[in-house]
Write a protein that binds this ligand. Structure first.
Ligand code: MTE
Ligand code: MO
Length: 363
């Protein structure tokens, strides 16, 4: 492998500081909310103890000995799977990187890449026997908490589990995984021990941690984290008129960002990350101070369909002073990562996949 395939910070590399990062910026504000300091990425996979973690209702502790995944609702045979039952089934491995749909500036640290092991969701559903009328597949975590449900201005306080749903078509497709391991070790509590759902190519919120129940029903599931908290409001010009749309958070939008700039000996090197829904990429490019776009080199260690993709770019002839670097990615369908200006009619902060100009100081 060429030396850039393993993007570890070598001994005599020095980090060039981002001058646009607030001086008091703390990438790990608390053990409950951990972001990845993207400047320290040192391999294709994010170590479990550095994998970002975010959730709404805390980290439940689950006893693996008594744990059971219940499959209920519109199935021929309602079933309970112990961890040992799942581990006995044929396992698959998946290289999959994702970001929280709220991942954004100034660091983009709500992102990571894992090597996950588990059983295909479909294999579990097939054992329970999906009834033809099951259309909505709801995934509940063991975490729960009091929720304000607003009905026309009247607030009802109710205890709710974290829940997310998939359509029948998506749930029965070959890719969603019930994962019990990350990077070859049992899931950590932060990542959903002992079991989580992964929907390859989708934003973080789909990947229900501490999965305890899969419930099949006919009607749409309208829980808070499905129907209210995870939406994007954006306007689009259609036939000369602004059309406002609220859309669900599903597939990851095409995105790249610069993770760090380093100096090695005389030259400078840029390392960056690409995330998307698995659509193959055409190019990743870097521009300095508004100059021409130059092609970056993709790291072959991250070429898996759903892996995040790392790229490097050799920055030759960097001159002392402050510079602005930006990356953009294009996929094979011709879709180009938008600029912040392109997204100005997106009114909610989720799904910010805009090109992110970074400032650095070369001394
Ligand atoms: N049970 C449960 N699963 C959850 C959440 C949650 O609050 N409860 N948060 C989701 C969100 S918003 C994100 S971004 C990812 C984060 O996964 P991670 O902590 O493994 O990085 O978990 C998702 N799964
Ligand atoms: Mo998220």
């Amino acid at each position: 492998l060429p030396d850039w395939a393993i993007p570890a910070l070598a001994q005599d590399d020095t980090l060039v500081p981002f001058t646009d990062l607030p001086a008091n910026f703390n990438p790990a504000p608390s053990p409950e909310r951990r972001t990845l300091d993207i400047r320290t990425i040192d391999g294709p996979f994010t170590p479990a103890d550095r994998f970002f973690t975010t959730q709404h209702l805390g980290h439940p502790v689950i006893d693996p000995a008594t744990f059971a995944l219940r499959v209920s609702g519109l199935v021929e045979r309602p079933k309970s799977f112990a961890l040992a039952d799942l581990r006995k089934m044929r396992s698959v491995e998946l290289a999959f990187g994702f970001e929280c749909s709220g991942n954004r500036r100034p660091l983009q640290g709500l992102s990571g890449n894992g090597r996950w092991t588990g059983v295909p969701l479909k294999a579990v559903l097939d054992q329970a026997g999906v009834k033809p009328e099951a259309r909505e597949f709801v995934f509940f975590g063991a975490d729960h908490g009091e929720e304000d449900v607003d009905f026309r201005g009247q607030i009802h306080k109710v205890d709710q589990q974290f829940g997310r749903s998939l359509t029948r078509e998506k749930a029965l497709s070959p890719e969603p995984l019930l994962a019990y391991a990350l990077n070859g070790e049992p899931l950590t509590r932060h990542q959903g021990f002992p079991l989580r759902l992964l929907v390859p190519g989708w934003y973080g919120v789909a990947h229900v941690k501490w999965l305890s129940n899969i419930h099949l029903q006919e009607d749409p599931y309208l829980g808070k984290y499905q129907a209210r908290w995870y939406r994007t409001l954006k306007g689009e010009m259609v036939g000369g008129e602004m059309k406002w749309e609220e859309t669900a958070i599903t597939r990851m939008k095409l995105k790249s960002f610069i993770a760090r700039v380093t100096r090695d000996g005389g030259g400078h090197k840029v390392l960056g990350v690409v995330l998307n829904d698995g659509t193959p990429l055409k190019s990743v490019e870097v521009s300095v101070d508004g100059g021409p776009w130059r092609p970056a080199v993709m790291d072959p260690a991250t070429s898996g369909k759903y892996s995040w993709k790392l790229f490097t770019w050799a920055w030759n002839g960097a001159t002392p002073g402050e510079h602005t670097l930006v990356s953009r990615v294009t996929d094979v369908t011709g879709k180009v990562q938008p600029t912040a200006e392109d997204l100005q009619n997106k009114k909610t902060f989720l799904e910010d996949n805009s090109q992110f100009p970074r400032k650095v100081m070369i001394s």
